[in-house]
Design a protein around this ligand. Sequence first.
Ligand code: B12
Ligand code: SF4
Length: 519
Amino acid sequence: MNEKILYVRLPCNPIFPIGVVYLSDHIHKVFPEIKQKIFDLGTIPPLDFNKALDRCIDEFQPTLLVFSWRDIQIYAPVGGRGGNPLQNAFEFYYAKNPLVKLRGALGGLKVTTAYYGELWRNEGLIRRGLKRARKYNPQARAVVGGGAVSVFYEQLQKQLPQGTIVSVGEGEQLLEKLLKGQDFSNERCYVVGETQPRERMIHEQPTPLEKTACNYDYIETIWSDFDYYLQENDFYIGVQTKRGCPHNCCYCVYTVVEGKQVRINPHDEVVKEMRQLYDRGIRNFWFTDAQFIPAKRFIADAIGLLEKILDSGMSDIHWASYIRADNLNPELCDLMVKTGMNYFEIGITSGSQELVRKMRMGYNLRTVLQNCRDLKAAGFNDLVSVNYSFNVIDETYETIRQTIAYHRELERIFGADKVEPAIFFIGLQPHTHLEEYAFENDILKPGYDPMSLMPWTAKKLLWNPEPLGSFFGEVCLQAWRQNPNDFGREVMQILEDRLGCAPLEEALSAPIQKELARV
Ligand code: B12
Ligand code: SF4
């Protein structure tokens, strides 16, 4: 087989490109004779993107280009590309002072320009790469996948070159079939200009795959910039321990991208992979699972893995992950601390049990608190990021007061300086229950463009509906004015000053008759 595969990770903040690393590792295991190369535009300065890509293609002359596109959506409460998108949007939508509104509009324009600029740039890089590769191999093909493509695969068909294969979710089986010359039409993909994405394709189950430890001895032979991620001590290198999430949270698309079936990677293989990174000096790991402990029935599995990590003697590591803190027990808490967990994110979204049920999140907030106490008792003394998204559905002043009560209790448990409230507003994503809810309630019309950042669409996609939308807008603007560097805590304080704090018991109880989810 004379294929030569070039993996191009499209420009991205320097997050370890675990997706292309796993894909190339898998292909090497199946076809050891195929030549491969990884080229990560995340390590290249923007002005050099085109030149560097050309040079790489001229040298390697690939027959297959595998483009990996990680993120597109940029609403975040933190400074991002071209400014703080959330702040700009809120200044534009909600500021009463015309000067602030103008600043928001100008900032928003900057963010919008950066956003569309990045989209066009990435599409341009795909076209350019393919055209250049065809100078050497007229049959060269492009396959495009990754997190961003999985979310926006339907919209991207208009922007990509004819014949490009667009892939949703994990790509190992698709690439394998493509290279074997087999029919790949039953994989979650379509070919631009030739086939249409199937209706609800993202909801199809991914083909199961037994994951083995990534072979980093091989990876370093095909990736000249691998060292980039080894030099800095603050990178958390991705290691996947499982795929899939069985939950149904109304705004989340992970559960369809990865599928509801949780597939666990063998513990020995995970530890073997970590060991190879450890031997190269890595001490910080991010378990990239949608959730590290997706449900109670996976507690035993998490314990098993952490015991193996402990037994491996890698005693000076740190790790972080998304943790559903309702799925802990004292033994697991103890192991988490002993194996070096020093940061985790809990996405409870609201501190009101009633709303948590309405959003179909399956969390019991009382259990979360108890488990957090166990974690603290086990000696956890590091940072917890608690993700709150206000105003998703049926938020009221009462449920806000409950969220304050809940947050204050977390602060009592871990210490106020250790609990960071990350205030998000949901960026509405296609194929979620929230999208259905938006259709049913005439907030969006089918056929809308979820990638649009035009102000009239963006206002609906950046989910903050009235009647409370303007109230939250005003609170956030006040927080940015007063304390931009500690935005989350400031928002919580302002909300408490304005609305007060409910008794904790109220936050924790959701009367049965109120549980009927509207979404
Ligand atoms: C873990 C995670 C994080 C961690 C990463 C930690 C780390 N050190 O790696 C943290 C918390 C830091 C993070 C942050 C952000 N994230 Co994030 N994150 C994820 C998550 C849950 C898993 C990603 C992952 O590594 N998976 C494991 C690897 C192996 O999978 P993978 O890279 O996707 O690659 C597989 C497939 O995609 C596919 N594939 C990849 N490339 C290609 C190419 C081809 C051709 C083919 C065929 C297949 C293919 O095959 C690969 C192997 O199976 C995903 C959601 C999800 N469940 O996928 C979101 C996700 C990638 N994140 C996303 C976003 C937006 C962000 C942020 C920008 C959020 C924000 N607004 O701040 C930030 C970025 C921060 C930054 N500095 O830039 C989005 C991106 C899509 C989008 N909406 O634009 C996702 C998809 C979530 C979502 N649904 O919105 N994230
Ligand atoms: S638990 Fe997390 S990953 Fe799973 S569906 Fe809910 S938000 Fe998504």
